[in-house]
Write a protein that binds this ligand. Structure first.
Ligand SMILES: C[S@@+](CC[C@H](N)C(=O)[O-])C[C@H]1O[C@@H](n2cnc3c(N)ncnc32)[C@H](O)[C@@H]1O
Length: 230
Protein backbone atom coordinates (compact mmCIF):
# COMPACT_ATOMS: atom_id res chain seq x y z
CA UNK A 1 0.00 0.00 0.00
CA UNK A 2 0.96 3.62 -0.50
CA UNK A 3 0.36 5.43 2.76
CA UNK A 4 0.81 9.05 3.81
CA UNK A 5 0.58 10.75 7.17
CA UNK A 6 -0.26 14.41 6.83
CA UNK A 7 1.18 16.39 9.72
CA UNK A 8 3.45 13.50 10.72
CA UNK A 9 5.80 15.92 12.46
CA UNK A 10 8.38 14.07 14.57
CA UNK A 11 6.35 10.89 14.94
CA UNK A 12 8.08 7.53 14.46
CA UNK A 13 4.81 5.84 13.47
CA UNK A 14 5.43 6.28 9.71
CA UNK A 15 8.84 4.57 9.97
CA UNK A 16 7.22 1.77 11.99
CA UNK A 17 4.50 1.23 9.37
CA UNK A 18 7.09 1.19 6.57
CA UNK A 19 9.31 -1.40 8.24
CA UNK A 20 6.61 -3.59 9.82
CA UNK A 21 4.18 -3.74 6.91
CA UNK A 22 6.38 -3.04 3.88
CA UNK A 23 4.23 -0.11 2.78
CA UNK A 24 5.55 2.86 0.83
CA UNK A 25 5.16 5.57 3.44
CA UNK A 26 5.29 9.33 3.01
CA UNK A 27 4.90 12.21 5.45
CA UNK A 28 3.62 15.57 4.23
CA UNK A 29 4.34 18.37 6.70
CA UNK A 30 5.86 21.80 6.26
CA UNK A 31 6.72 22.04 9.98
CA UNK A 32 5.10 25.46 9.98
CA UNK A 33 7.59 26.94 7.50
CA UNK A 34 5.10 27.78 4.74
CA UNK A 35 2.34 28.82 7.14
CA UNK A 36 4.61 31.13 9.16
CA UNK A 37 4.32 28.96 12.29
CA UNK A 38 7.84 27.48 12.21
CA UNK A 39 8.57 28.56 15.78
CA UNK A 40 5.75 26.33 16.98
CA UNK A 41 5.90 23.33 14.61
CA UNK A 42 9.70 23.09 14.24
CA UNK A 43 10.31 23.38 17.95
CA UNK A 44 11.53 19.82 18.43
CA UNK A 45 14.40 20.03 15.92
CA UNK A 46 15.39 20.52 12.32
CA UNK A 47 13.01 18.77 9.94
CA UNK A 48 15.95 17.64 7.74
CA UNK A 49 17.24 15.46 10.60
CA UNK A 50 14.21 13.20 10.15
CA UNK A 51 15.50 12.03 6.78
CA UNK A 52 18.32 10.20 8.54
CA UNK A 53 16.28 9.14 11.56
CA UNK A 54 13.49 7.57 9.49
CA UNK A 55 15.22 6.38 6.31
CA UNK A 56 12.25 4.31 5.11
CA UNK A 57 9.95 7.33 4.99
CA UNK A 58 9.80 9.92 2.22
CA UNK A 59 9.31 13.39 3.66
CA UNK A 60 7.55 16.02 1.58
CA UNK A 61 8.02 19.41 3.17
CA UNK A 62 4.85 21.08 1.96
CA UNK A 63 1.30 21.83 3.04
CA UNK A 64 -1.79 19.97 1.99
CA UNK A 65 -4.21 22.57 0.65
CA UNK A 66 -1.44 24.04 -1.48
CA UNK A 67 -2.82 22.97 -4.86
CA UNK A 68 0.19 24.50 -6.63
CA UNK A 69 2.54 21.97 -5.03
CA UNK A 70 4.61 20.03 -7.52
CA UNK A 71 5.78 17.60 -4.83
CA UNK A 72 2.45 16.25 -3.60
CA UNK A 73 1.27 13.39 -5.85
CA UNK A 74 -2.35 13.18 -6.94
CA UNK A 75 -4.44 10.04 -7.43
CA UNK A 76 -1.65 8.13 -5.68
CA UNK A 77 -2.39 7.02 -2.12
CA UNK A 78 -4.33 3.98 -0.87
CA UNK A 79 -4.47 5.46 2.63
CA UNK A 80 -4.17 8.97 4.02
CA UNK A 81 -4.08 9.40 7.77
CA UNK A 82 -3.70 12.18 10.31
CA UNK A 83 -3.17 12.13 14.07
CA UNK A 84 -3.90 15.25 16.13
CA UNK A 85 -3.41 17.44 13.07
CA UNK A 86 -6.72 18.53 11.55
CA UNK A 87 -7.77 20.43 14.66
CA UNK A 88 -4.71 22.66 14.06
CA UNK A 89 -5.74 23.56 10.50
CA UNK A 90 -7.47 26.97 10.44
CA UNK A 91 -11.20 26.37 9.73
CA UNK A 92 -11.04 28.65 6.69
CA UNK A 93 -8.41 26.37 5.10
CA UNK A 94 -10.20 23.10 5.95
CA UNK A 95 -12.31 22.75 2.81
CA UNK A 96 -9.22 23.09 0.60
CA UNK A 97 -7.38 20.54 2.74
CA UNK A 98 -10.21 18.00 2.26
CA UNK A 99 -10.55 18.69 -1.48
CA UNK A 100 -6.80 18.26 -1.90
CA UNK A 101 -6.80 15.02 0.12
CA UNK A 102 -9.60 13.68 -2.05
CA UNK A 103 -7.47 14.39 -5.15
CA UNK A 104 -4.44 12.68 -3.57
CA UNK A 105 -6.41 9.47 -2.91
CA UNK A 106 -6.82 6.72 -5.49
CA UNK A 107 -10.35 5.56 -6.21
CA UNK A 108 -11.30 3.10 -3.50
CA UNK A 109 -8.70 4.63 -1.14
CA UNK A 110 -9.39 5.57 2.47
CA UNK A 111 -8.73 8.42 4.84
CA UNK A 112 -8.46 7.81 8.57
CA UNK A 113 -8.35 10.88 10.76
CA UNK A 114 -7.88 10.94 14.51
CA UNK A 115 -9.15 14.32 15.67
CA UNK A 116 -9.06 15.86 19.12
CA UNK A 117 -11.88 18.04 20.38
CA UNK A 118 -12.05 20.00 23.59
CA UNK A 119 -14.66 18.73 25.98
CA UNK A 120 -16.72 21.86 26.62
CA UNK A 121 -18.10 23.45 29.76
CA UNK A 122 -16.34 20.96 32.05
CA UNK A 123 -19.57 18.98 31.89
CA UNK A 124 -17.76 15.83 32.93
CA UNK A 125 -17.10 17.49 36.30
CA UNK A 126 -20.68 18.63 36.86
CA UNK A 127 -22.27 16.79 39.75
CA UNK A 128 -25.52 18.76 39.91
CA UNK A 129 -28.20 17.31 37.56
CA UNK A 130 -29.81 20.71 36.84
CA UNK A 131 -26.45 22.16 35.73
CA UNK A 132 -25.80 19.11 33.62
CA UNK A 133 -29.24 19.30 31.99
CA UNK A 134 -29.10 23.05 31.29
CA UNK A 135 -25.51 22.84 30.07
CA UNK A 136 -26.17 19.91 27.76
CA UNK A 137 -29.35 21.41 26.32
CA UNK A 138 -27.78 24.86 25.84
CA UNK A 139 -24.73 23.29 24.26
CA UNK A 140 -26.85 21.15 21.95
CA UNK A 141 -29.07 24.03 20.80
CA UNK A 142 -26.18 26.43 20.30
CA UNK A 143 -24.23 24.01 18.15
CA UNK A 144 -27.27 22.68 16.27
CA UNK A 145 -27.74 26.25 15.05
CA UNK A 146 -24.07 27.10 14.49
CA UNK A 147 -23.34 23.87 12.60
CA UNK A 148 -26.23 24.57 10.26
CA UNK A 149 -25.35 28.23 9.63
CA UNK A 150 -21.56 28.02 9.28
CA UNK A 151 -20.46 27.91 5.63
CA UNK A 152 -17.93 25.33 4.40
CA UNK A 153 -15.50 28.21 3.92
CA UNK A 154 -15.53 28.91 7.68
CA UNK A 155 -16.95 25.83 9.39
CA UNK A 156 -17.83 25.21 13.00
CA UNK A 157 -15.67 22.24 14.00
CA UNK A 158 -16.09 22.06 17.74
CA UNK A 159 -18.35 19.01 17.78
CA UNK A 160 -18.64 15.73 15.94
CA UNK A 161 -21.89 16.94 14.39
CA UNK A 162 -20.08 20.07 13.21
CA UNK A 163 -17.59 17.86 11.38
CA UNK A 164 -20.41 15.87 9.80
CA UNK A 165 -22.20 19.04 8.66
CA UNK A 166 -18.95 20.42 7.23
CA UNK A 167 -18.20 17.24 5.24
CA UNK A 168 -21.71 17.28 3.78
CA UNK A 169 -21.20 20.88 2.69
CA UNK A 170 -17.86 20.05 1.01
CA UNK A 171 -18.74 16.76 -0.62
CA UNK A 172 -22.52 17.15 -0.93
CA UNK A 173 -24.56 14.05 -1.57
CA UNK A 174 -21.37 12.16 -2.46
CA UNK A 175 -20.77 11.59 1.22
CA UNK A 176 -22.79 9.25 3.40
CA UNK A 177 -22.47 10.20 7.05
CA UNK A 178 -25.28 7.92 8.21
CA UNK A 179 -22.77 5.30 9.30
CA UNK A 180 -20.93 7.68 11.61
CA UNK A 181 -20.59 5.89 14.89
CA UNK A 182 -20.59 6.51 17.78
CA UNK A 183 -23.05 9.26 16.97
CA UNK A 184 -22.03 12.41 18.75
CA UNK A 185 -19.91 10.73 21.38
CA UNK A 186 -16.20 11.06 21.90
CA UNK A 187 -13.78 8.41 22.91
CA UNK A 188 -11.90 10.15 25.66
CA UNK A 189 -8.43 8.96 24.84
CA UNK A 190 -6.32 12.05 25.32
CA UNK A 191 -6.34 12.40 29.07
CA UNK A 192 -4.74 15.66 30.11
CA UNK A 193 -3.87 14.13 33.46
CA UNK A 194 -1.44 11.97 31.52
CA UNK A 195 -0.60 13.79 28.30
CA UNK A 196 0.80 17.21 29.08
CA UNK A 197 3.66 19.27 27.85
CA UNK A 198 5.57 21.26 30.48
CA UNK A 199 3.91 24.62 31.18
CA UNK A 200 7.01 26.55 30.06
CA UNK A 201 6.59 25.02 26.57
CA UNK A 202 2.89 25.83 26.51
CA UNK A 203 3.60 29.40 27.63
CA UNK A 204 6.39 29.88 25.13
CA UNK A 205 4.96 28.45 21.96
CA UNK A 206 1.19 28.41 21.96
CA UNK A 207 -0.64 31.65 21.13
CA UNK A 208 -1.29 34.04 22.80
CA UNK A 209 2.33 33.89 23.88
CA UNK A 210 3.48 34.40 27.47
CA UNK A 211 -0.08 34.49 28.75
CA UNK A 212 -1.68 32.03 31.14
CA UNK A 213 -3.48 29.20 29.43
CA UNK A 214 -4.62 25.80 30.45
CA UNK A 215 -5.06 22.42 28.95
CA UNK A 216 -8.72 21.58 28.64
CA UNK A 217 -9.78 17.98 28.66
CA UNK A 218 -9.89 16.53 25.18
CA UNK A 219 -11.77 13.75 23.58
CA UNK A 220 -10.67 12.11 20.36
CA UNK A 221 -12.67 10.55 17.60
CA UNK A 222 -11.67 8.63 14.54
CA UNK A 223 -13.21 9.42 11.19
CA UNK A 224 -12.95 7.01 8.26
CA UNK A 225 -13.81 8.22 4.75
CA UNK A 226 -13.73 5.99 1.72
CA UNK A 227 -13.39 7.29 -1.83
CA UNK A 228 -15.78 5.34 -3.97
CA UNK A 229 -14.22 2.92 -6.46
CA UNK A 230 -14.63 3.97 -10.09
C1 LIG B 1 0.28 18.39 16.59
S1 LIG B 1 1.31 18.11 15.21
C2 LIG B 1 1.01 16.45 14.74
C3 LIG B 1 1.66 15.45 15.62
C4 LIG B 1 1.95 14.11 14.99
N1 LIG B 1 0.92 13.63 14.08
C5 LIG B 1 2.16 13.08 16.08
O1 LIG B 1 1.36 12.16 16.21
O2 LIG B 1 3.15 13.22 16.83
C6 LIG B 1 0.50 18.95 13.89
C7 LIG B 1 1.36 18.99 12.62
O3 LIG B 1 0.51 19.24 11.50
C8 LIG B 1 1.24 20.00 10.57
N2 LIG B 1 0.24 20.60 9.65
C9 LIG B 1 -0.78 21.43 9.95
N3 LIG B 1 -1.48 21.73 8.84
C10 LIG B 1 -0.90 21.05 7.82
C11 LIG B 1 -1.18 20.95 6.41
N4 LIG B 1 -2.19 21.63 5.84
N5 LIG B 1 -0.37 20.16 5.66
C12 LIG B 1 0.65 19.48 6.22
N6 LIG B 1 0.95 19.53 7.55
C13 LIG B 1 0.20 20.32 8.32
C14 LIG B 1 2.03 20.99 11.43
O4 LIG B 1 3.14 21.52 10.73
C15 LIG B 1 2.44 20.08 12.60
O5 LIG B 1 3.69 19.50 12.41
Amino acid sequence: MKVVEIGGAYSDLPQYIATQFGCEVHVIDDFGVESGEAEMWSRWGKREELLERNPNVRYIFDRVGNFASKQIPLNYYDLIFTVSTLEHVPPKAMADVFRHMEQMLKSGGKMVHCIDLQIPLKLHQTKDWKGLLAGTLGYYLYFALMNRLAPATNPQLKTLHGWKAFLKKVFGSQIDTSRVHPDGALMSSLDTNIVTEPMEIVYKYYPPKEQPKYYRRNGSFIMVIEKSPK
